[in-house]
Design a protein around this ligand. Structure first.
Ligand code: ZN
Length: 275
């Protein structure tokens, strides 16, 4: 009951921040409100052509995509809840130490993505770490934090501890920070039948343009990754049901980039701005 009250309060707070146009004013790196809150309001608006239903009627089959289970903390630091499992991606600037991760996925070794300090905050007694094979050199260090480690190559599909996922190469096409030869990756996670794409640090590569997914979390901050406009162009090609901008507000990029992204993504794709 308590947590339900908190969720409702978060929804009210998010609605208020939308009304007042003050998203992002709380300072960089603040714990993001759940993206679900904006989803609920947009779901309510966009379902007006069908029966006007209460916002609690969202589901994965045939209609609304479930995003209540996705939370973005900062940068590409994301938590996805799958039943009673907790999946973290690139934990970074974590303000709390829940130590409840069943999985930690790492996209690449830059310090805003591979952060042992933050991995310690989320890792529990039985955590599996998934990271690119090209990060073998980090295994000794990481093995002190997690129970087991799986390595992955770009463009492969694997099932680890019951979670199926596919890796997508993540690299730059017009800048040097993330060379393709480094073997870094994004992930498409199959979460209860819903495909959630976490792109990592990248540009709009041919591989990214070929992704099929229900939800896409893509970088919009520019400099090291796609700009907001490039990210919107990619999303308009791959056509997920929901797109969530990430990788802004901490190192480079600002809330303005998230807003530009939202403006340029075309209906019926929904954009949920996490912070
Ligand atoms: Zn990077």
């Amino acid at each position: 009951m308590q947590s339900r009250r908190i969720v409702h309060l978060m929804i009210l707070a998010a609605a208020a921040s939308l009304l007042w146009g003050c998203s992002g004013a709380g300072g960089g790196g603040s714990q993001a409100s759940s993206v679900a809150s904006s989803a609920k309001s947009s779901a309510a608006v966009e379902s007006s052509s069908a029966m006007p239903s209460s916002s609690s009627a969202r589901q994965t089959e045939g209609g609304e995509v479930m995003t209540d289970n996705i939370k973005v903390f900062a940068q590409n630091s994301i938590r996805i809840t799958m039943g009673n499992k907790k999946i973290y991606i690139d934990p970074f600037q974590m303000k709390e130490s829940p130590k409840d991760a069943d999985f930690i996925f790492i996209t690449h070794e830059h310090s805003d993505h591979y952060s042992p300090e933050d991995m310690k905050k989320v890792a529990g007694n039985n955590t599996t770490l998934i990271l690119p094979e090209s990060m073998q050199g980090k295994k000794a260090e990481a093995s002190k934090i997690v129970a087991r480690i799986e390595t992955v190559k770009p463009s492969e599909t694997k099932t680890v501890d019951g979670l199926e996922f596919t890796t997508v190469p993540a690299y730059n096409t017009n800048k040097q920070f993330h060379p393709k030869s480094n073997g870094w990756v994004g992930y498409i996670l199959n979460v209860n039948g819903s495909k959630i794409y976490i792109a990592g640090d990248m540009d709009a590569t041919d591989e990214a343009k070929a992704v099929k997914c229900d939800v896409a979390l893509v970088p919009v901050g520019g400099t090291y990754t796609m700009t907001a406009t490039e990210a919107a162009d990619l999303i308009n090609i791959i056509q997920p049901k929901v797109a969530i901008p990430v990788h802004y507000g901490s190192v480079v990029g600002s809330a303005a980039d998230a807003n530009t992204f939202k403006e340029k993504v075309k209906a019926p794709i929904k954009v949920e701005i996490p912070f």
